[in-house]
Design a protein around this ligand. Structure first.
Ligand SMILES: Cc1cc2nc3c(=O)[nH]c(=O)nc-3n(C[C@H](O)[C@H](O)[C@H](O)COP(=O)(O)OP(=O)(O)OC[C@H]3O[C@@H](n4cnc5c(N)ncnc54)[C@H](O)[C@@H]3O)c2cc1C
Length: 284
């Protein structure tokens, strides 16, 4: 299918982008990598009047260290995340997740900002954002605000971004000493969206979990922090019993949807399997 007709503007500054966002309101869409937006236009799931291409705005494509955080511009491509030494060293959960996103051609264009703003519940980076404690830097013409990943994802493809706002960067705390990460995804083929997956991060001292975070994707209408399982694991030493209790607690945490990948019962079974694997990875 072909998209409905639309206008296209390539802007050189945030101010120009804000002008257009204010003029067109809900009829405007930001264009970053286009890897999710263009398919939705071609399938006529969305028919905006104007695309605002922000790719030539400078200052949105850098990865830099800011004290104890890493700041990643919203236009940083998935493959740039893979090749960045800063990301490899300080944000290993991101490094583990990116190879699971689609294929090279898509990772060459797709951006971290687009992935976060699109908020696909089966996507890898929104779950990583919750597990690794990302903060999103969001701007409109007059002000900048910061939103924690925990508060950003509201529902199916729904976020707290407003029509006149642009996500300009992500800030993520650097991995601390004794902090470990695990990322497990099950999909039909390498590069497909997940059937189910988990991004896990925890301080581990003598096999005891501290400040543990388990964020699941493909497990509900948005990335889900498994609060009951987390409460159960916090401060506990790794053992078969503890893993089994955490697996049971997932019943209250996750609500996977029935879709082409299979029924919720199958996904809950897979969630228990990947949870055991992720906890074993964290202590290994
Ligand atoms: C065949 C195929 C397979 C894929 N498989 C996966 C997969 O396995 N996992 C996965 O996570 N993704 C997958 N993707 C999607 C890919 O990762 C996209 O790159 C990503 O979801 C969106 O990034 P983008 O830069 O292309 O955003 P775009 O497509 O440009 O934009 C997506 C949405 O976000 C909005 N937006 C973009 N940037 C901003 C911003 N800075 N501020 C505010 N709003 C913004 C746009 O208006 C649009 O609504 C796949 C895509 C394809 C085509």
């Amino acid at each position: 299918m072909k998209p409905a007709p639309f206008s296209y503007m390539r802007v050189k500054s945030l101010e120009e982008a804000f002008d257009l966002l204010e003029e067109y309101g809900e009829d405007a869409r930001i264009l970053s990598g286009g890897q999710s937006l263009m398919p939705t236009l071609n399938m006529r799931l969305s028919a905006p009047k104007i695309l605002i291409d922000i790719n030539q705005i400078s200052g949105l494509s850098d990865i830099e260290i800011k004290n104890d955080k890493v700041r990643v511009g919203s236009l940083v491509r998935h493959n740039h995340l893979s090749s960045s030494d800063i990301v490899t060293k300080h944000l290993p959960l991101v490094s583990k997740a990116v190879p699971h996103i689609a294929h090279h051609a898509i990772r060459n264009r797709g951006t971290i900002g687009g992935s976060i703003a699109f908020a696909d519940p089966a996507a890898e980076l929104p779950a990583v954002a919750k597990a690794a404690g990302f903060t999103f830097i969001i701007k409109n013409r007059n002000e900048e605000r910061e939103v924690e990943a925990e508060d950003f994802f509201l529902g199916l493809f729904e976020t707290s971004l407003k029509e006149t706002e642009i996500l300009i960067a992500i800030e993520a705390p650097k991995l601390q000493q004794n902090e470990k990460t695990a990322f497990i995804e099950l999909s039909r083929r390498q590069g497909d969206y997940a059937i189910i997956g988990v991004a896990a991060q925890s301080v581990v001292e003598n096999s005891v979990f501290k400040d543990i975070r388990l964020a699941y994707f493909g497990a509900g209408d948005k990335p889900v922090m498994a609060k009951q399982a987390i409460d159960l694991l916090e401060g506990q030493s790794y053992s078969e019993e503890v893993v089994s209790e955490a697996q049971k607690a997932l019943e209250a945490d996750l609500n996977p949807m029935d879709d082409l990948n299979g029924p919720p019962e199958m996904k809950m079974h897979l969630a228990r399997v990947i949870t055991a694997r992720a906890l074993a990875d964290l202590i290994s």
